[in-house]
Design a protein around this ligand. Structure first.
Ligand SMILES: [Ca+2]
Ligand SMILES: [Ca+2]
Length: 354
């Protein structure tokens, strides 16, 4: 009898693992290949070789690009080089990137920049908030941008027990922001288990000096986050569920979900087209190729535009798609006056004229 129970339990256990394995492959879009969609005038940006995970463009056309992310399980072509922030002026005829100098007082050797968000104060001072993972920890760094000197002046590091496994942020006011947490666990093995078991324990947090709280939960892996043009809604990408959550902001900063836009691609960072309010999404068409990196069959890239996100039927179109022959592991797409920038987790960056 005891043996029979053991055999039944073992069988049930194996069936569960098998089922989880198959649904995991499906969730990662393991079977999907991308068909090329390439605008005419695109070229790789010279000087960016080790990622451009997030891109934030100021209303003046200056683009910040975070580069050199080291993230557990992701490829990294320059493991010994610290991360950097690049600047690109999209008003120029042939824009080039320039590395921003970072002021003293900041540990540049362990700089591991991830998601970013800019904030312009009432006096027009520009601040850049950067999610950082020094020694695989999570912090938010606040810099003041000095346009003339092309430099970042380090102001402050924010750490909090709820700000763990932070992926992206969107700044709402001085030292006030929403942040996404892409995993519940911080241990690499438990992170993989969490993804594999599809636990849905990740969250969106609100941070201010006076109050830090969870404002939304239940995401498979909350990733990119951005604000609508009218500042009434928050868009949150759930990368493992392949969708975008549209959430209403309340006066006390709590969020309620209005709708979910389901896609067939793993959505990473989100930006908003400043002219139309459309959501632009940097996506991973097949995330298994990203996790099991193989130069012979690399992960592709995909950038989507979502029009009328609040309507009954949002319109989804592909701005760019590539099998990985040109651009691998796209994580963000951002536009400024007919120019499109596409960044990647660990690879290069693309500039297109639309
Ligand atoms: Ca961002
Ligand atoms: Ca991200």
């Amino acid at each position: 009898m005891g043996k029979l129970v053991a055999v039944i339990l073992l069988g049930a256990g194996l069936a569960l693992v098998g089922e989880r394995f198959l649904t995991f492959r499906e969730r990662m879009n393991a079977y999907r290949e991308v068909e090329s969609v390439e605008p005419q005038n695109c070229h790789l940006i010279e000087g960016i070789e080790n990622g451009s995970e997030d891109i934030d463009i100021l209303p003046s056309g200056l683009a910040f690009i975070s580069s050199g992310l080291k993230y557990p399980g992701m490829p990294d072509f320059a493991p010994d080089e610290p991360g950097r922030i690049f600047l690109m002026d999209l008003n120029e005829q042939n824009p080039r990137v320039q590395e921003l100098n970072i002021s003293d007082g900041f540990d540049k050797a362990s700089f591991n920049p991830h998601g970013m968000s800019t904030f312009i104060d009432k006096d027009q001072t520009v601040y850049l908030y950067v999610v950082n993972h020094p020694h695989m920890d999570s912090t938010v760094e606040i810099f003041k941008f000095e346009e003339q000197q092309r430099s970042l002046v380090y102001l402050k590091t924010i750490k909090h027990e709820l700000l763990k496994s932070v992926n992206d942020i969107v700044v709402l006011g001085p030292e006030e922001f929403y942040a996404t947490r892409d995993h519940y666990f911080t241990n690499f093995f438990l992170m993989l288990l969490e993804l594999f078991m599809d636990l849905h324990w990740t969250q969106v947090l609100f941070y201010s000096p006076g109050e830090v709280k969870v404002v939304a939960g239940g995401f498979g892996s909350a990733n990119g986050i951005t604000l609508s043009l009218d500042k009434k809604y928050i868009y949150v990408a759930d990368v493992s569920d392949k969708n975008i959550h549209v959430m209403k902001i309340h006066d006390n900063w709590d969020l309620t979900q209005l709708k979910v836009i389901q896609l067939d691609t793993l959505v990473d960072n989100l930006t908003v087209d400043p002219d139309t309010g459309d959501i632009l999404a940097g996506c991973h068409p097949n995330a298994l190729k990203l996790l099991m990196y193989n130069t012979e069959d690399p992960p592709g890239s995909e950038a989507l535009r979502i029009r009328n996100a609040l309507s009954e039927k949002p319109m989804i179109s592909t701005m760019y798609a590539n099998s990985g022959s040109v651009l691998q592991g796209s994580s963000v797409a951002s536009v400024y006056r007919g120019k499109l920038l596409i960044g990647t987790v660990f690879h290069k960056a693309l500039y297109c004229e639309l």
